[in-house]
Design a protein around this ligand. Structure first.
Ligand SMILES: Nc1ncnc2c1ncn2[C@@H]1O[C@H](COP(=O)(O)OP(=O)(O)OP(=O)(O)O)[C@@H](O)[C@H]1O
Length: 588
C-alpha cells in the first residue's frame, strides 16, 4: 500500500502542511469564542449590582471611566455592548469557517488526486475485474465523509475546546469547589459516548458499502442497457438494482436513526448532569457565599457548555465514520499497479520502424493456466506479418502483450535490441498502436474521437479521414466532425467505428501497427480500398495483422500459426499454402 494511504494521522499531517492557515483559523476561533464567552457574565453582574444592591465593581468602573447614568442607561449600554460582541464574534467565525472549508477542500481534493493517480497506473488485470460503481462510490461518498469530518468537525472541535476551557476558567473563578465538581464529572459523559461512537463507525461503513453495491448494480445496468434490452431482461436487471436500493435504504435507516439515537443518548446523559449541576448550584447559594447573580452566571455557563460538549461528542462519531471511510478508500490503494520501470534507452526514438523479437514467451492470466507457451517470433523492421489461428488460440493475448498491456515474467520481447524489462510500458504503448476489433468510442464529437484531445492540423485530419475511407461518412453527418457519436459510438455502424479507430491510429503515427481483426466489420470491397489507401502510410512501418479472413492477410510477407497458445507453424504464405494440413491453407 502506498504511504499516501488514508488515515486520521495522515489527515492531521496534512493539516500541518497548512500550518499558517490552521494557526490563523485557530486565532480567529479563539477571538470569536472569547467575545461570546464573556457575555453570560454581564447579566448576572447587572442583576447583583442594579437589582440586589451587591457590588462586584462593574457599574462603579463604568461610572468612573466611561459615563454616569441611571439604571436604564447602564442596561442599554450593556445591551449594546453584548450585541456588538455577538456580531463581531459571528464575523470572526465566518472568516474562520472559510479558512477551514478551504483547508478541508484542499485535503479532500489531494485525496482524490492521489486516488486518481493510483488508478491511472492500475494494472489492466485489476481493471478487468474492477467494479466501476465500487470505485466511484469510494471516490465520491467516502471522500465526502472525510470532507465532512475535516471541514465541520475539526473546526468545531477546536472552538468547542476553547469554549470549554474558557468556561472552565470562569467557573473556577466564580466558585472553585462547584467548578471542580462540574469539571470532574463532565468527562465521564464523553467516556460513556466513546464506545457508542465506535459502533456508529461500523454502521457508517456498512451504509457506504451499500451505496457502493447499489452504484455498481446501477452502473452495470445502465452501461449494458442496450444488451439488456436486446435480451429483454430489463425486469431482472432493474429489479437487482432495486434490491440494492432497498438494502441501501435499510442500512441508511439503521445508520441514520441509530447514530441519531446514540447522539441523543449522549446528550441525555449530559443534560442529566446539567440538572444535577443546577441543583448543586442552588444548594451552593443556600449553604455558601455564592450570590444569586453568580448562580445565574453559572447557569449561563452550563448552558454555554452544552453545544461544545455536544460538538466533542459528535466529533467522536465523525472520527469513527472518517476511520471507516478511510478503510474503504484504502482498498483502492491495494489495487495492483503496472510495474514502473527505469528506462536507459528508448529504441523507438529516431526510427521509422522497429524489429520485434519474441523470445520463449509464456503467459497466464491466472496461475497454472498458461494461455501462451514458449512463443518465439522474429519480426523484422518494416515487415508485414500475420498471425492466424482458431478462436481462443491466444492471438489477442499475444498482441496485448506486444503492446505492453500485460506485464509477464517468462521470456521476453526485445524491441529494437532493448528488452521489455528495460522499457517503460508507456513507451511501448506510445510507439505501438493496437487497433481492436470492437474499438471503444467516447460519447463526444467525431473530431474528439479521432484526436483524443490532441491538436492536429485540418489537413492531417482530412488526410487520415481519406485513408480510413471516412470522408463520405463525415459528409453525411449533420454537423460533420462536430457530430456527437453517442454512447460507445452508437450512432455509427460497426464498420464505421473500426474506421474511426484506424483514422485515430493514422493521426498518432506509430512505429508499429497491430490490426486485431480491425477490419472484420468491413465488406471486402471497402477493406480492399482501405488497405490500398493505407499502403504508403504503412510502407515503412512494422505491421502485424491478426485476422480470420484471408482477404485481410493476403499481402502478409510472413505468417505465424497459433494453436492452443503455441506457434505450431510459420512461413511465407506460399510455403504454408504448399502444406495441406496448415491452418492457413484451410482459410483459402
Ligand atoms: N482477460 C482475460 N482473463 C482471463 N482469460 C482470458 C482473458 N482474455 C482472454 N482469456 C483467455 O485466453 C484465451 C485466449 O484468448 P484470446 O482472446 O487471446 O484468443 P484469440 O485467439 O484472440 O481468439 P479470437 O480469435 O476469438 O479473438 C481464451 O481461452 C480466453 O478465455
Amino acid at each position: 500500500m502506498q504511504n499516501n494511504s488514508c488515515s486520521i494521522k495522515g489527515i492531521v499531517r496534512q493539516l500541518f502542511d497548512h500550518k499558517k492557515d490552521v494557526f490563523l483559523g485557530n486565532v480567529l476561533a479563539l477571538l470569536s469564542t472569547l467575545l461570546v464567552v464573556i457575555i453570560p457574565l454581564f447579566i448576572p453582574i447587572l442583576v447583583d449590582e442594579l437589582l440586589l444592591g451587591q457590588d462586584h465593581g462593574f457599574i462603579t468602573w463604568i461610572s468612573e471611566h466611561l459615563f454616569t447614568s441611571d439604571t436604564k442607561g447602564y442596561v442599554l449600554f450593556v445591551l449594546a455592548l453584548i450585541i456588538f460582541l455577538r456580531v463581531s464574534s459571528v464575523l470572526l467565525s465566518i472568516m474562520q469557517s472559510r479558512i477551514f472549508t478551504i483547508i478541508s477542500k484542499n485535503i479532500t481534493y489531494k485525496m482524490r488526486e492521489s486516488l486518481l493517480k493510483h488508478l491511472k497506473y492500475v494494472s489492466l488485470k485489476e481493471y478487468e475485474t474492477m467494479r466501476v460503481g465500487a470505485v466511484t462510490s469510494k471516490l465520491v461518498t467516502d471522500v465526502e465523509t472525510i470532507d465532512g469530518f475535516v471541514s465541520s468537525t475539526i473546526s468545531k472541535f477546536i472552538i468547542a475546546s476553547f469554549v470549554l476551557l474558557f468556561s472552565a476558567a470562569v467557573l473556577l473563578w466564580i466558585h472553585w469547589q462547584l467548578a471542580l465538581f462540574i469539571l470532574i464529572t463532565n468527562p465521564i459523559v464523553v467516556f460513556f459516548t466513546a464506545k457508542l461512537a465506535r459502533n456508529i463507525g461500523k454502521l457508517k461503513k456498512e451504509e457506504n458499502k451499500a451505496v457502493e453495491l447499489f452504484q455498481s448494480a446501477l452502473n452495470e445496468t445502465l452501461e449494458l442497457f442496450h444488451q439488456i434490452r436486446a435480451a429483454n431482461k430489463e425486469a431482472y436487471f432493474f429489479d437487482k438494482s432495486e434490491v440494492k436500493a432497498r438494502e441501501l435504504k435499510e442500512h441508511a435507516i439503521a445508520y441514520g436513526y441509530k447514530s441519531e439515537a446514540a447522539m441523543k443518548y449522549s446528550y441525555l446523559v449530559f443534560l442529566s448532569g446539567y440538572e444535577v449541576f443546577r441543583a448543586v448550584s442552588i444548594l451552593a447559594v443556600a449553604y455558601s457565599d455564592l450570590s444569586v447573580g453568580l448562580m445565574l452566571a453559572i447557569f449561563s455557563y452550563l448552558w454555554v457548555m452544552v453545544t461544545p460538549t455536544q460538538d466533542i461528542i459528535n466529533f467522536q462519531y465523525a472520527l469513527s465514520t472518517a476511520r471507516a471511510a478511510c478503510a474503504r478508500i484504502n482498498s483502492i490503494y491495494t489495487m495492483e499497479q503496472e510495474p514502473q520501470r527505469e528506462e536507459a534507452h528508448d529504441p523507438f526514438a529516431s526510427q521509422h520502424a522497429i524489429d520485434i523479437e519474441v523470445k520463449d514467451l509464456s503467459f497466464a492470466y491466472q496461475k497454472n493456466k498458461k494461455i501462451l507457451t514458449n512463443i518465439n517470433m522474429n519480426i523484422k523492421k518494416g515487415s508485414k506479418i500475420a498471425i492466424v489461428g482458431a478462436s481462443g488460440s491466444g492471438k489477442t493475448t499475444l498482441s496485448n502483450i506486444l503492446v505492453g498491456f500485460y506485464p509477464f515474467d517468462e521470456g521476453e520481447v526485445v524491441y529494437g535490441g532493448v528488452s521489455n524489462k528495460s522499457l517503460k510500458l508507456s513507451t511501448i504503448r506510445e510507439n505501438i498502436h493496437l487497433i481492436l476489433q470492437h474499438p471503444k468510442l467516447f460519447n463526444d464529437t467525431m473530431l474528439f474521437n479521432l484526436t483524443l484531445g490532441k491538436t492536429y492540423s485540418a489537413d492531417a485530419v482530412q488526410k487520415a479521414l481519406e485513408i480510413a475511407q471516412l470522408t463520405n461518412v463525415i459528409e453525411r453527418l449533420d454537423l460533420g466532425l462536430d457530430t456527437l457519436v453517442g454512447k460507445d459510438g452508437i450512432k455509427l455502424s460497426g464498420g464505421q467505428r473500426q474506421r474511426v479507430a484506424i483514422a485515430r491510429m493514422i493521426l498518432s503515427d506509430p512505429k508499429v501497427v497491430i490490426f486485431d481483426e480491425s477490419t472484420s466489420a468491413l465488406d471486402v470491397h471497402t477493406e480492399m480500398k482501405l488497405f490500398d489507401a493505407l499502403h504508403d502510410f504503412l510502407s515503412q512501418k512494422t505491421v502485424i495483422t491478426i485476422a480470420h479472413r484471408l482477404s485481410t492477410i493476403k499481402s502478409a510477407e510472413f505468417i505465424y500459426v497459433l494453436e492452443d497458445g503455441e506457434v505450431v507453424d510459420s512461413g511465407t504464405p506460399k510455403a504454408l499454402l504448399a502444406k495441406d494440413e496448415s491452418y492457413f491453407s484451410s482459410m483459402v
